[in-house]
Structures are given as structure tokens and as C-alpha cells.
Write a protein that binds this ligand. Sequence first.
Ligand SMILES: C[S@@+](CC[C@H](N)C(=O)[O-])C[C@H]1O[C@@H](n2cnc3c(N)ncnc32)[C@H](O)[C@@H]1O
Length: 421
Amino acid sequence: MPILTWETKGSPEPIKSELIQDSIIYPGGFGYPSQEPENHLILGDNIPIMSALMTDYEGKIDLIYADPPFFSNRRYKTRIGRGEDSRRPSEWQLGEGYTDHWENIESYLDMLYPRLVLMYQLLSSTGTLYLHLDWHAVHYAKLLLDELFGVDRFLNEIIWTYHGPSPIRSAFKRKHDTILIYTKSKDYTFNADAVRIPYNSNTVKTFASSSKAGFGKAPDLKRGKVPEDWWYFPVVARLHNERTGYPTQKPEGLLERIIRASSNPGDLVADFFCGSGTAPVIAARLGRKFIASDLKWRAIYTTISRCIGLDISPISLKIEQRMKIPRTQVPADNYLSFSSNVKRFSIRPEVYDNLDYWEVDPNWDGRLFRSAIQAKRPKRKGKLLGQIDLSGWDGDKAIRFVRLNGEQVQTEIKKNYTSVR
Ligand SMILES: C[S@@+](CC[C@H](N)C(=O)[O-])C[C@H]1O[C@@H](n2cnc3c(N)ncnc32)[C@H](O)[C@@H]1O
């Protein structure tokens, strides 16, 4: 079997790393339920993160979706604020997104290969990996996955097609991504019935007029068909409700199909390049547990803000020890209204530049921030809520603000306010 080699190719040295607990988020806003978080969101480089997870999760993850940088040689920006409408530039600004910039293909493969090795180790014996790339590097990656999983474990090459404008005039427009699917063994989950789609109207018409049409058995038109290996989903565009402003966000429909096909409710789904969090959000919505990570605070907080309001199990937020936490002071204005026996907690959102959401720990233990009640910037219309109802809580309290502003996500935990204005 041909093997792809290059001078610096190597497996990762095991990295000793620790994941530090930052906080726990209860996205449904229903307080502190007794159960432990089943979902994990981790800030940091995914090599030390996956190495640290190995003790508890080696051979335990049922489905991994990997959507790494594509070798596109671009530096992506994020749209911050109510950034859906480019006709209203006052409502958004550009901030740092993530970098997909490499000296050459070798340095890109030096990033990708060791991470694929770790993902392979974390996958359960019945697990599946989806690797999402495009024409820039997918053909190199195919050889790496053949080497790791074995050629026989290659399940599908999915072509995800979409439309969109393109400046290209000297070649065909490049409007598809490629998703490679590999299974760890012959025994894997594939829920064909969970992803059936309607037959197209021509097929329905043909078989309605003659059941003998086609080559063999008449299809069960009511049950629908298992999709082909080419999928059409529109890209997440400006006016889509699901849009977060995070660059290269993938459509929810795409992830829904992947997660339904290759996992079952209660399974563990991981995405170590989670970006805006499409995979973890959909996994949680479909009753799966998740582990997700990203190098960027902005990605982590975008993922959290998408989870807020969903009735899902709590999320444990951890930080890989080498990451510095950018904590910046919020303006020292006395806009907080707080005392341990007040029934309401209020802020004036307008004094915060681009405050994305704020959250309260209504029973602060002086140590771990537990975000039990959140106010999130609504989509498109409406203002961020300025008041949070605290009736029923009479312990100490802490508040955290998250602003997706400028080049950094800024967070600040404020505690034990007694002053009011
Ligand atoms: C293509 S985007 C993922 C988009 C995501 N699937 C979505 O739907 O929003 C790739 C992500 O990988 C992250 N990333 C790049 N290198 C990483 C690393 N070494 N460890 C963890 N995350 C990394 C980037 O910050 C970026 O958010």
C-alpha cells in the first residue's frame, strides 16, 4: 500500500497536560440539577487536550467529526455583534477568527497527522471518524487515513455541494467540500432509517405510473431513500437564522445527518476543532453527549451561547493549562444592582460595548462559577435582557460578562455586589 511520507512526519510525543476546571454551565437555565455535567467544552490546542483525555476516554468516543483548517492559506475574521445583515454595518464589526496559514504542505501535514493519530486512539471499536476538508488537502489526508485505519475501513467519500458567488473566471467554480468517513472496525453504527430522505418528484411520478419502471424492485416511496454520497445543503449565509458570525460555520442540517447516521442517543460525540460549535450543539439537541474543543475563546463562547436556552445536560468548561485566560476589566461603572436577598439582578446592557451575553451564579461557592441563569443577545431583533429573576435564590451571587469584542473575547467574573444604583 502506498504510504505518504515527508521529512518531518511523526506521531505525537505524549504531552503531559492538565485540564483546569473553569466553570459549569447549565444551559437550560434551570439552576443546579443534581447530575454531573455530561458535556465537556475545552479551550486549548487539541494535541495536549486529546492527550489529557486519553486516560479516561481512550477507545470510548463513538463518533468524531473533525473540521480542521483546510490548508486554504487564509486568515479568517469573525463578525461580532448582531452581524447578520451586511446592509447595517453599525450592528457588527470584524474581529479575529482563526488562522489557516501554513508555510507549505509539510507544515500543514505536521499539524494534521498527529491529531488524526490521537483521534484514532480515542475512537471506540465501533466508532466512526468524519474528516471534513476540501480540494486543498483532502487527497493527502485520504492517504493518511488509509494508513491509520486501513483501506478496508474507508466507508464513504461524501461530497457536500453548495452554491455561492465566486471570483473565478479561469476554472470551474469550486463549490464542494469532501468528507472522508472511516470506521474503526467492521462493526460500526449506521442508522440508515434515521437519515432517509424523500425520493425526488420524478422518481415518485415514474413509479406511480408503472411499478415496473426502473431496473428491479419498486422502491418504498413512503419510506424514502438512503441519501447518495453527494449532499446538497446551502452554506450558512447572511440571512440564515443559525448564523453566528464565526467563520466557516457548517450548516446544522449537514451535522444532523452525520450525527443521526453514525451515533445513537446517549452516545459520545467529539469535535476537537469545534469552531462555532455546530457539531456539539446538534449532538446535544439529538440527545448525545459531547466533548468539544477549540484553540480560541471566541469559538468556545460562541458554542456556549448557542447552547444557552437548550434543555440539555450541563457543560463543564475546562482550560488546557497552557492557555492564558484573557480577563479584562469591565468598565468600572456602578451599573450592577445586587445584594444577596434581592429578587432581581439588573445591568444596563447599553453601557457594555457588544456585550454578547451575561450569566449569573446565584449560589456562588467562592470557587467554581456555575452559570445557572443566562441572558443572551437575541437574534436579529430585540435587545439583550437587562434583568434576571433571582427569586428562589438567597445565597451569594456572582456574575460573568462575555463580550465578543475587538480582538479578544473578554470575560470578567464579578462577585458579591451589594451596591445599587
Ligand atoms: C473549520 S473551523 C471549524 C468550524 C466548525 N465546524 C463550525 O461549524 O463552526 C476550524 C476550527 O479549528 C480551530 N483550531 C485550529 N487549530 C486548532 C488546534 N490546534 N486545536 C484546537 N482547535 C484548533 C480553529 O480555531 C477553528 O475554530
